[in-house]
Design a protein around this ligand. Sequence first.
Ligand SMILES: [Zn+2]
Length: 443
Amino acid sequence: MPIGSTHNAFVKRLAFISMALALAGSIPAAAATSLKEINPPPPAPVKKPLAIIGATLFDGRGGAPVQNSVVIVLGEKIIAAGPRQSVTVPNGAATFNATGMTLLPGFIDSHFHIERSYDLPRLFLSHGVTSLRDPGQWIEVYEPICRSELPQPRCFVAGPHLDFPPHAHPLDAFAVSSADDTRHAVNRFIDEGASVIKVYFRLPLELIAAACDAAHQRGVPVTAHLELVDADAAIAAGLDGIEHVTSFGTALASPEDAARFRKAVSADNEARRKERYELWSRLDLDNSPRVKPLVDLIVRRRIFLSATLAVFEKRQGGEGVADAEARGFANMQKFVGQCHRAGVTLVVGSHSEVPNAARGWAYQRELELLAESGLTPSEVITAATLNNARYFRIDDRLGTVEPGKLADLVLVDGEPAQHIQNLRHIKRVMLNGQWITPASDSE
Ligand SMILES: [Zn+2]
């Protein structure tokens, strides 16, 4: 699809929608608390209430699951949720027997690349992902999803990532070369519907700071994929989130290893693919004096960490996996565990397609790797739902199963607290109060 004037009408329409939404709330866009998807699902017809009865409920807030729960949905909203004995099922409500199943908030994916695979968002939706965010793509690319008559996950977008040449991904990049340029680009993409700004790894520190400043004036968070700029410096410049555990590489490595890595990647973007494993394999995370100050900074600045472990997964004995790669990946997981134990807010990003998951299951692979890194199943579920809702700034309406929130829900077979793999056993998905898989057969 060519990018440019032919799609201006679409972009203008999105800009109009975001302006109208801001005005409807009678608050200036900069003070708006809930950021918007570019494809809000149609309102659910208010028929009669639906009672989902008997499931084990994980509400996303991290507490103990509620056995034998009742959740009542009316229109697009949850109107009651709790133990069966404390929730009254309204007269005339439709019922869904969820005995033996677990009910969860819809999963939220903070790192989804569409790559023009227009069936992929819908495939993810059928696997429980009801909201996703693309951290670096021209907004026009989502036009077919916005026009689709089929149910689609709520799509949050960044616009192209901001970068400095030579670009690693020229098609998804927007080049900026000064602070003015950067501010202009940030405002342009927010006007076009961006609910996050993504800075890429060649962008110098001053321009990261300019992007953060401009985005924060509009109430929009900034996240980064880093390779060359140290994470501690970029965090101090104002970031809200970090994509990829590998973004911490140079901040954790010895100065000599970091310098060698920067030299290799500065000369050739592609060198990062091999060099990052070399660098991570040489880290001594138990004894390095660099770990604690960095982790403390991530906690103090309340940075959201979307580790995307699954895209880097390399295991000892795996086909074609070098020793350094397996050791490097083991250290990536170890660092995620250290961050978690220190109180870092972890979120879940799938990266869409990853080595050790069939197409459509990258999100679940990431959930499993987070559990393996030391999160309890309940913590994994919170990372997938409420934490991402906070990262997206949509937690006033999504991310938990609570009265007043929108009914984006997932039902899985069995108990994920026993086996995290049960989060693959999707029975039903509800988007905005409507079952989407399979067709509405419960009412
Ligand atoms: Zn990515």
